[in-house]
Design a protein around this ligand. Structure first.
Ligand SMILES: Cc1cc2nc3c(=O)[nH]c(=O)nc-3n(C[C@H](O)[C@H](O)[C@H](O)COP(=O)(O)OP(=O)(O)OC[C@H]3O[C@@H](n4cnc5c(N)ncnc54)[C@H](O)[C@@H]3O)c2cc1C
Length: 396
């Protein structure tokens, strides 16, 4: 059998693929990144790396690069009950990092190239062949086949690549949409993210400051409302709905202007239980697309790149390394997924059953906010058991 052309070929060149490419090319691996877009544009995507993800960026050696080129430190969170300083209250003791998604993508992809990876833009992968010599198929008509020791599928939300590679995809419908838009002229602090649930309405409002006076605004609302907040003509309604969810936004947004598209998304989760098989590893959203209300996707993408890097570096048997990566991914994903489910019920669900749960839980949380498990900011390695759940719901 001829030696494969590359050690690693990635399908996609978003944060997951480029972080892995930087890490592995930097350690001498021959890496090819295939990215469909010739130039990235604002598609309304994740722009806030929570504290545990910032620590992963640091482990991967890209924290300084992001800070130097595009990222803005946000030390405080306001969830409706007073400011929290992430630098003092999270495991990593790091602030949140925010950046324009498409700028971050360009910077990391350029860094992958600088680290020695080959990057091909404007190339759409159309198939994956699994097995002892895995490969991607770039053009079905000419059947350009590129083999590697490891194919990494990093093609984002709704990943077709995981289906080409024969993975079983699990899905959980969540009954909400998330709308997002870039705003300027917002009268709010540039040091605080706002992340506020309104359980009476079943909504969540998010406001994330970036460098240069720009703010990413999000609004999550029940699907039963019956419409999608998207397109320039819905901007006024987006702003009114945000202010209904969290009253101070009426003032913050009084003179706001849009600086990008208003788009909305289904926030349902989908994931693969064991994101490695037969020479193919899934990373980022291809491995698990999580409800963006909780802002975990970028951090999971960075963790996937770091864990896969470590396993591939420490094991000459890449089949074994792939399985070890997948086991760790599954543990991390399930921890955050479980906590998100509890929080969705307790803080967002407008049903009478959830309101009943709140009557017991909320007074106790007001007395001791540490009853809320901090996996969202401190990460999936925190303990998680029945006691964690019972404390959140005020049962112990
Ligand atoms: C509205 C919204 C808000 C969010 N907010 C947050 C947040 O605040 N914090 C957070 O952590 N996460 C957030 N997320 C999630 C975050 O954006 C994703 O988890 C993250 O972008 C995943 O990175 P990725 O590299 O896996 O995929 P992507 O960023 O989607 O990158 C995939 C890349 O693959 C390329 N590609 C796709 N198919 C092919 C193909 N066939 N051939 C070649 N290239 C291909 C695409 O062009 C793209 O560049 C949000 C998501 C949404 C939708």
């Amino acid at each position: 059998m001829a030696a494969p052309s590359y050690d690693i070929v990635t399908v996609g060149g978003g944060i997951a693929a480029s972080a892995l490419a930087i890490a592995m090319a930097g350690r001498g691996a021959k890496v090819l990144v295939l990215e469909r877009e010739r130039q990235f544009k604002d598609r309304v995507r994740g722009e806030a790396v929570v504290s545990w993800g910032a620590a992963e960026a640091s482990e991967l050696g890209v924290y300084g690069l992001l800070k130097e080129k595009c990222a803005h430190d946000v030390p405080y969170v306001e969830a409706g009950s007073g400011l929290r300083d992430l630098r003092e209250t999270t495991l990593s003791r790091l602030p949140l990092l925010s950046f324009p998604h498409q700028v971050m993508q360009e910077i990391l992809l350029a860094a992958a190239e600088n680290a020695g990876a080959e990057v091909r833009r404007g190339v759409s992968v159309e198939g994956i062949e699994c097995g002892a010599e895995p490969a991607v198929v770039v053009d079905r008509r000419s059947h350009e086949r590129i083999s590697a020791r490891l194919v990494v599928a990093a093609d984002g939300r709704g990943s077709p690549a995981r289906k080409w590679a024969g993975f079983q995809v699990c899905a959980q419908g969540n009954d909400y949409y998330m709308a997002g838009v870039m705003l300027t002229n917002v009268r709010a602090s540039t040091e605080t993210i706002y992340a506020v649930f309104n359980p009476q309405l079943g909504t969540w409002t998010g406001l994330i400051p970036q460098a240069g006076g720009r703010f990413r605004a999000y609004f999550v609302y029940p699907k039963t409302i019956g419409y999608r907040l998207q397109g320039e003509s819905m901007l006024g309604q987006f702003i009114r709905e945000c202010a209904k969810g969290y009253a101070p936004l009426a003032d913050y947004y009084a003179e706001a202007k849009s600086a990008g598209p208003l788009a909305s998304f289904d926030v349902s989760d989908d994931w693969v239980e064991h994101p490695y098989r037969d020479g193919v590893a899934l990373v980022g959203d291809a491995a698990a697309t999580t409800d963006p209300t909780y802002g975990q996707g970028l951090s999971f993408a960075l963790r996937a790149a770091r864990v896969l890097r470590d396993e591939l570096t420490n094991n000459s048997d890449w089949e074994a390394a792939g399985h070890r990566y997948a086991e760790q991914h599954q543990r991390s994903f399930h921890a955050c997924h479980t906590v998100e489910g509890w929080m969705r019920t307790l803080f967002q669900d407008p049903s009478p059953q959830a309101a009943e749960l709140r009557t017991k839980a909320m007074p106790r949380i007001a007395e001791d906010p540490r009853r809320v498990p901090d996996h969202i900011f401190s990460g999936p390695d925190l303990p998680l058991n029945e006691e964690t759940r019972a404390r959140l719901f005020g049962e112990s």
